[in-house]
Design a protein around this ligand. Sequence first.
Ligand SMILES: [Zn+2]
Length: 209
Amino acid sequence: MCDSLRVRWTIVPLTAPQPWLTCSGCGGLKPFQASGKTRLNANGRKLDAWLIYKCLACEKTWNRPIFERRNIRDIEPGILAALQSNDPLWLQAEAFDLDGLRRKAQRIDEFPECSIAKDVLSEARDWTHLEIELMVPLPAALRLDRLLASELGVSRARLQALQDRAMLCIASGQADALRRRVRGGTVVVLDLSEEPEREQLQRRAAGIA
Ligand SMILES: [Zn+2]
């Protein structure tokens, strides 16, 4: 839109999901935390790779298989390099692999705390619409309305009221997108032409509050 202030928010969860597993150290189901380390085991041309987790109660480790007895030739060179160098970005992406975790654990705790980086993409003079584009590189357990409410300093009830009046639109989202977790590629457009506190919202949206 040519009458918009366009911003991009990049949302990164601070804590990786924690699977609950039966701990052989302290007994019973306990939450396990990704340690950010891997274990590799070579056997001839075969390689095993695990992500190491630790029981939060007793620090007993659990090795989560990334792959087992895989022929080294069949492993993508990028993945092999990431494993050998303990590449933190790659490890982080693996630690947030919810589908992979669900195959191993019945219960997984997720944490809504996120870091939010804000960038201004473009700013029309005398803009009336605020356009917020979301980047969510890792799965974040944060509802869209909670994110908007806390970052813009408006209540969730007011956001809902704005949506009911079509003053808040969510492009490419479901009707109940406000109550769902944030997703990358979502664009939220707020019509602030009648908003008396537009300047304050502008500072908050652009991260200069
Ligand atoms: Zn334990």
